[in-house]
Design a protein around this ligand. Structure first.
Ligand code: PEP
Ligand code: MG
Length: 538
């Protein structure tokens, strides 16, 4: 048995699929048998086409026809003789390997597209790159490890899962995951709770202990992984699964009950989401709103920034689905561990303290403004509020509001509708903001405490590092003082204070948060019913 950190509750028994870190060399090679090389290229083209057809059908079903159009254009490009022919000619005449031939052709296309003024044509350049990357991945066998999943669900074992890996996880194919590194508030753990799949992180070396096809039991309650268990242990866990599922069912009736504390105070239980489709789970579990929409996932697993129109559709979908319930959308919180493959940022010594979140957005209005415009436009369709991450001073918030005001003026000129009075708030996740909450409360409509970061910054304990996870303590008196200070400051100005860090759904922390007078608890949809029960008992 291997011990790790319990990251997402539940139990799973299944066969292992390991995510291998592959670094493949793509040096130019002399190729003697050019026909064989051409066939290898054709095989990668065929595979890419099959994948794209599948993705197209899936996105048509989940996001609508217009969203799926981009995949149709990718398929067309695979069929384009001029494009694929150019690669084949290079293989034949220069006797070079397909990867390099492809790379050269894609680059020459990109150069032409990038030199165009027309934005639409420029975007086609990104399509060529995207398709090129896919063919490349299929040539080198570097396709997503998730493509290897056949029929039965698997348990993913990985050194680490990046946020873009987790954005691709599909609950119908994965029963659990286990990683070497990470803590309870790393993004893979948060995603596991959103998807409601058990997970154990921070095992240090699980990837050395198992191989593909091994049977493991993942105990997301205790944080244990049992490798190749005997019959009796499997039996024992099968009955644990039964009991666990029964307990979840027992909580169901709480779904539509108002959350009132013992002292008679009404509080709200809301959900954190990362993708528009997550709304379904929120409604199923009786969420009273969305307390945090982490928009960075809309920016991942693609070749370029999502355009304003596409973001607008995503935000509109969520606010409409939620009816009149509040939806707090957070502006892009990229940086730290969340990277975008197409946004090249310099390597930093301390990425979590570096050029990230609001700092990056204020510096890059070309990224910030389309997102704010999309949010504003969606605000005409529901109860949307905007939240800025990583605010560390009043000045930063006022700068962000200023950009928002400019976007409002632009939309007014363009006669596009939006809610001029929409609420704007900030995350309190930097100690300086928590200490200065009284000053900040003058300007904002609401606070939302981001304990995942607040704890790591206050205690100087990296939230991703399992070696210091013993220091990462939500109940540390210093953390509690900052939380109390923030809630009190908001209340003195008659403003609400929410919490959207994982602490809001932590069973041990809820009683003290109720005592401090927290107004809104926002968490993974899977934690909401249990949290409601505990709030009502306190
Ligand atoms: C937080 O820091 O608490 C938070 C909710 O944001 P994220 O986990 O996305 O950093
Ligand atoms: Mg944060």
């Amino acid at each position: 048995m291997k011990k790790g950190i319990p990251a997402s509750k539940g139990y799973a028994i299944g066969s292992v699929l390991i995510k291998r870190e592959s670094k493949i060399n793509v040096k130019k090679r002399y190729v003697k048998d050019v026909d064989k090389e051409e066939k290898r290229f054709q095989k990668a083209l065929d595979l890419s086409r099959k994948q794209l057809e599948k993705i197209k059908i899936k996105s048509e079903r989940e996001m609508g026809r217009d969203k799926a159009e981009v995949f149709e254009s990718h398929i067309m490009l695979l069929k384009d003789e001029e494009f694929t022919g150019a690669v084949k000619v290079r293989i034949k005449t220069d006797h070079i390997n397909a990867e390099v031939a492809l790379y050269e052709v894609v680059n020459s296309y990109m150069k032409i597209f990038n030199s165009m003024k027309d934005e639409y044509i420029k975007e086609r350049g990104a399509d060529v790159k995207d398709v090129g990357d896919r063919i490349f991945a299929n040539l080198t066998g570097r396709g997503s490890f998730l493509n290897k999943i056949k029929n039965d669900k698997v348990v993913i074992v990985a050194h680490d899962l990046t946020p873009s890996d987790t954005a691709q996880l599909d609950k119908s194919k994965i029963s659990a995951f286990v990683t070497d590194i990470g803590g309870r508030t790393s993004h893979s753990a948060i995603m596991a709770r959103t998807l409601e799949i058990p997970a154990v992180v921070g095992t240090m070396n699980i990837t050395d202990l198992v191989k593909d096809g091994d049977i493991v039991i993942v105990d997301g309650v205790e944080g244990n992984v049992i490798i190749n268990p005997d019959e009796n242990t499997i039996k024992e866990y099968k009955s644990k699964i039964k009991v666990y599922n029964m307990e979840i069912e027992k909580l169901r009736p709480l779904r539509d009950v108002e959350t009132i504390t013992k002292s008679g105070r009404k509080v709200k239980v809301l959900a954190n989401i990362g993708k528009p489709q997550d709304v379904e789970q929120v409604l199923k579990n009786g969420g009273e709103g969305i307390g945090l929409f982490r928009t960075e996932f809309l920016y991942m697993n693609r070749g370029d920034m999502p355009p304003e129109e596409e973001q607008f559709e995503a935000y509109k979908y969520v606010v409409e689905k939620m009816g009149n319930k509040p939806v707090v959308i957070r502006t892009l919180d990229i940086g730290g561990d969340k990277k975008l493959s197409y946004l090249l940022l310099p390597e930093e010594m301390n990425p979590f303290l570096g050029y990230r979140a609001i700092r990056l957005c204020l510096d890059r209005e070309d990224i910030f403004k389309p997102q704010l415009r999309a949010m504003l436009r969606a605000s005409a369709f529901g109860n949307l509020k905007i939240m800025f991450p990583m605010i560390s001073s009043v000045k930063e918030f006022l700068q962000a509001k200023n950009v928002l005001r400019q976007c409002m003026e632009e939309l007014e000129e363009e006669k596009l509708e939006f809610n001029r009075n929409l609420g704007t708030g900030i995350m309190i996740e930097v100690p300086s903001a928590a200490l200065e909450a009284a000053e900040l409360s003058k300007y904002v409509d609401f606070f939302s405490i981001g304990t995942n970061d607040l704890i790591q910054y206050t205690l100087a304990a990296d939230r991703m590092n399992e070696k210091v996870s013993y220091l990462y303590d939500p109940m540390h008196p210093a953390v509690l003082k900052l939380i109390k200070n923030t809630i009190d400051a908001a209340h003195r100005r008659g403003k609400p204070c929410a919490m959207c860090g994982e602490m809001a759904g932590d069973e041990n922390s809820i009683p003290i948060l109720v005592k401090y007078g927290l107004d809104e608890f926002s968490m993974s949809a899977s934690s909401m019913l249990k949290a409601k029960q505990i709030i009502m008992e306190n």
